[in-house]
Design a binder for this molecule. Structure first.
Ligand SMILES: Nc1ncnc2c1ncn2[C@@H]1O[C@H](COP(=O)(O)OP(=O)(O)OP(=O)(O)O)[C@@H](O)[C@H]1O
Length: 864
């Protein structure tokens, strides 16, 4: 009976352990795949499907990829939704007795890739683990295995979970088997519907098992030191994630040196709408980084700085001292041209230390990485010197904590050759003087070369063949080459080795002996260099924690210099921060619009306080600049809270707990929500969660439905905010009726965006002025947009007619509206209308009152 070959038996044993993965099996210089895996991989990777004798009657389907190019093939498989298990040779094949020992060294999934060619340099690559707690609460934990960041958090509800998921944008979600279905349904209609969801053992999420996995990895007897002892849900998520990483990444977790507990009280929560509406990391229209706040603020010089900047932009601080510390540091760098330019110049030379560290941990570091590490460390003394001269608390703290890693520099400088190749098994990596044995072998092969030259001269002399030469190739080794015209002079002692078109190649006894010595020395040197390199790698491995904390400091310094650089280049000012409820921005600008627009940007003030000016009700024509103005206030407040200078001539910014935005119209087809439904969901979230310390930016509330419904909702929302929340609010609207609210409530102030009419044309002045407006200029804007003249003139006729009805309404005693009502809760009711209809004011809600106004309008319309 046919029997499997030992190699195929080994393959099938391993494959059994990884049935859901494509198993890449290392054979010599190739990773081979067999059977179904081969068929799938050949199709996805567009490579040839062949066969291999496996001992059975039929050949096993097989395909393979060269090991040195494996990254690009892995990335293609991952992108197509497959998991890949990498099976490597666990011993030197030359030393193996019998079949080479092999084992899976790593399972690669979208959330666990570390290959540079797959990763985006300025983005983190997270795997996020979600643990379901009681009463709708969650514990989450996320890790970027390409940098070693490992964090846990606890979240209140679905909304908080969704907020964090959108902030982190994980490539993979780990979830307990028993919740996987529920989770898939929950994410099925969101943007995470295509994210790789990985169900994992329930037991790993149990508190005891989770804690054990964490204690085991961090080698601690208690988790107290990480500040998460009370966070049971978070620990369950973190422990399950750690267990998963241990299972799949095997021994490559050296670089996960700490567990960070995210304290939500330290950061302002930004919901996905606010991130999107303020275009913090990407633009609304094109989803591109260019045009976003992140793009504008990114003057970082390192990939680590770029990744940290994104985190900082999405996590504004909530504490005054922390914000002021950052502002002090940015101010100090901004003030000194020398410091600013020297920091940028030095940081330019620092490589991506975080990802080099992960390659140390994964054992995939090469000599080039070592040189990058050495060069980066070489910059540290300069950074140290620059920071040593600073005064601000934060920079001084960075200075005192910055380890110069001198010993690591010396190790790398003495060991790794400057022109070392990338491959670590090809020799020429180790510098002369580092290892005596390597030096001896180098000299043996060098002497061998001198001896070859001497032999060549001797053979020429003896045979009289002047153009005889000694050469070498990988297949035949050393040879003596004689051209065809000189063959008659070849002596008998020459043994033919190879025949070419123009020449013959020979070997002699003497040359053969020398070949053994030279090649033996070369081979041995390569082997010893490889061993020496592995030792250096291990020494680096023992120091990953030190390199990591250095990397974190460098990244933070990079963000601070980036803020300083942007502040200097764009003439930003330092915001004055206080917890006093006053927002006073003078000559504020929209940071991105001003940097992109060719024409001059018109600056505007913004004043909001807790009592007299709590809400700005902004009216004005289309295209005047209402949205730009409101976004600019939101961005200035946010920039101040991340410790960045702001585009204004001066800015007093009070601490805010959240920034809420409801801007523009977008529908969510994926979840089957109409534009209006999306708008109402967002509004509900704001009205339910805003506090007096929040900043609200509301643009055209109610425009997604009929005018009457829309106006009613807008009116009622303004009332609700001013009466119940008293959050600082910017409220832009096309419902000019709302300007009446200024007279009815303390704290509402009308503003409008000025335009100038020149004949039939309008000029946008983009200036925010006090007072409301009652004209939209919509038709004028439509004309500017190039609507056909016929449509424009017909629209003007309709408008005139409508305005006539408007006048017949407003002809009613207007002065009554100026009187301040005694009871603000019924204040929205236009009393004169109620009187007209003989209705008792006190029995109506504001919305009913507004509906009344409109039904009256309709009646008047009919009569006319
Ligand atoms: N302060 C300003 N200085 C210069 N240009 C500005 C200013 N504010 C806005 N703009 C420009 O005016 C245009 C319209 O701005 P925006 O979209 O904010 O107007 P809007 O009033 O919100 O319009 P709509 O009501 O139609 O949504 C944009 O192209 C913007 O770049």
């Amino acid at each position: 009976m046919a029997e499997l070959t030992p190699m195929m038996k080994q393959y099938l044993d391993l494959k059994q352990e990884y049935p859901d993965c494509i198993l890449m099996f290392r054979l010599g210089d190739f990773y081979e795949m067999f059977f179904e895996d081969a068929e799938t991989a050949a199709r996805v990777l567009e490579i040839a499907l062949t066969g291999r004798n496996c001992g059975l009657k039929e050949r096993a389907p097989m395909c393979g990829v060269p090991y040195h190019a494996v990254d690009s093939y892995i990335s293609k498989l991952i992108a197509n939704g497959y998991k890949v298990a990498i099976c490597d040779q666990l011993e030197d094949p030359r030393a193996a007795q019998g079949i080479v020992k092999r084992g899976v060294t790593r399972v690669v999934t979208p959330g666990t890739v570390v290959e540079n060619s797959i990763l985006n340099e300025s983005e983190n690559n997270y795997i996020l683990c979600v643990h379901y707690g009681e009463q709708g609460r969650y514990g989450i934990s996320y890790c970027d295995v390409s940098t070693g960041e490992f964090v846990l958090e606890e979240l209140e509800d679905d909304t908080a979970l969704f907020n964090e998921m959108t902030r982190l944008n994980p490539q993979e979600l780990l979830i307990a088997d028993s919740h996987a279905k529920e989770f898939l349904i929950m994410t099925g209609k969101t943007r995470f519907k295509n994210t790789f969801v990985n169900p994992y053992f329930d037991w790993a999420f149990e508190a005891k098992a989770a804690e054990k996995a964490l204690r085991g990895h961090f080698k601690v007897s208690s988790l107290k030191g990480f500040g998460c002892a009370e966070m049971v849900l978070g620990v369950c998520a973190a422990g399950a994630l750690m267990q998963y990483l241990i299972d799949t990444q095997k021994n490559a977790l050296l670089h996960i040196t700490t567990l960070r507990t995210l304290n939500e009280r330290a950061y302002m929560i930004l919901d996905p709408n606010t991130r999107r509406n303020l275009e913090l990391t990407q633009t609304l229209m094109e989803n591109s980084k260019r045009g976003s706040l992140l793009w504008l603020l990114d003057k970082t010089q390192t990939a680590m700085g770029a990744r940290l900047l994104k985190k900082i932009v999405l996590q504004p601080l909530k504490h005054l001292d922390a914000i002021n510390e950052r502002l002090d540091a940015v101010g100090e760098i901004r003030e000194s041209i020398y410091l600013r330019e020297s920091l940028a110049d030095s940081l330019k030379h620092v490589y991506d230390l975080e990802r080099i560290i992960s390659r140390i941990s994964y054992g995939s570091i090469d000599a080039k990485d070592c040189l990058s590490l050495k060069r980066s460390i070489g910059i540290l003394p300069e950074l140290h010197k620059l920071l040593g001269e600073t005064k601000s608390v934060l920079l001084s703290r960075l200075y005192s904590g910055l380890d110069s890693l001198q010993d690591i520099y010396e190790l790398l400088d003495s060991s790794i050759s400057e022109d070392a190749p990338a491959g670590i098994m090809d020799g020429n990596i180790i510098k002369p003087g580092y290892d005596k044995e390597i030096d001896r072998l180098i000299s043996a092969s060098k002497n061998g070369k001198a001896w070859l030259a001497e032999l060549e001269a001797r053979e020429k002399e003896e045979t009289g063949i002047k153009n005889l030469k000694i050469g070498y190739n990988k297949v035949f080794g050393y040879y003596i080459e004689v051209t065809k015209s000189n063959l008659s002079q070849v002596p008998y002692r020459y043994l033919r080795k190879q025949t070419l078109v123009n020449c013959e190649r020979y070997i002699t006894e003497e040359l053969k002996e020398m070949e053994d010595t030279i090649l033996g020395a070369e081979e041995r040197r390569k082997a010893i260099e490889y061993e020496a390199f592995l030792k250096i790698r291990d020494m680096l491995g023992e120091n990953v924690g030190r390199i990591q904390s250095c990397a974190a400091r460098v990244a933070f310094l990079d963000v601070l210099q980036s803020f300083a650089c942007v502040a200097y280049e764009n003439a930003y000012v330092r915001p004055e921060m206080a917890d006093d409820g006053l927002l006073d921005i003078r000559n504020g600008r929209h940071p991105v619009v001003e940097s992109i627009r060719r024409q001059e940007f018109v600056p505007n003030d913004a004043l909001l306080n807790d009592d007299t000016q709590n809400m700005l009700l902004i009216t004005g024509p289309n295209m005047a600049g209402k949205s730009t103005y409101m976004r600019q206030v939101g961005l200035i407040v946010l920039m101040a809270h991340i410790g960045c200078f702001v585009p204004a001539s001066s800015a007093h910014i009070c601490l805010v707990d959240r920034i809420f935005t409801r801007v523009g119209a977008s529908d969510d087809l994926a979840s089957g929500q109409s534009t209006f439904m999306v708008e109402m969901n967002e509004l509900a979230n704001i009205l339910n969660n805003a506090t007096p310390k929040s900043l609200l930016i509301l643009d055209e509330i109610g425009r997604g439905t009929s005018t009457t419904d829309g106006l009613s909702i807008a009116w009622a929302s303004v009332e609700y905010i001013i009466n119940n929340i008293r959050a600082k609010t910017l409220f832009a609207t096309h419902y000019h009726e709302l300007v009446e609210l200024e007279n009815m409530f303390d704290g509402i102030c009308n503003y409008s965006v000025a335009v100038k009419e020149v004949g039939h044309d309008i000029i946008f002045l983009h200036k925010i002025v006090k007072g409301g407006t009652d004209r939209s200029f919509g038709i004028d804007v439509a004309k500017l947009a190039g609507l056909p003249e016929e449509v424009i003139s017909q629209a003007r006729i309709f408008l005139d007619r409508l305005q006539e009805y408007e006048i017949s309404l407003n002809g009613l005693p207007r002065e009554r509206k100026e009187e301040k009502p005694e009871n603000p809760s019924t204040s929205a009711l236009p009393a004169y209308i109620a009187e007209l209809k003989n209705v008792n004011i006190d029995t109506l809600t504001p919305i009913e009152a507004l509906n009344l106004v409109y039904s009256l309008k309709k009646e008047l319309n009919h009569e006319a």
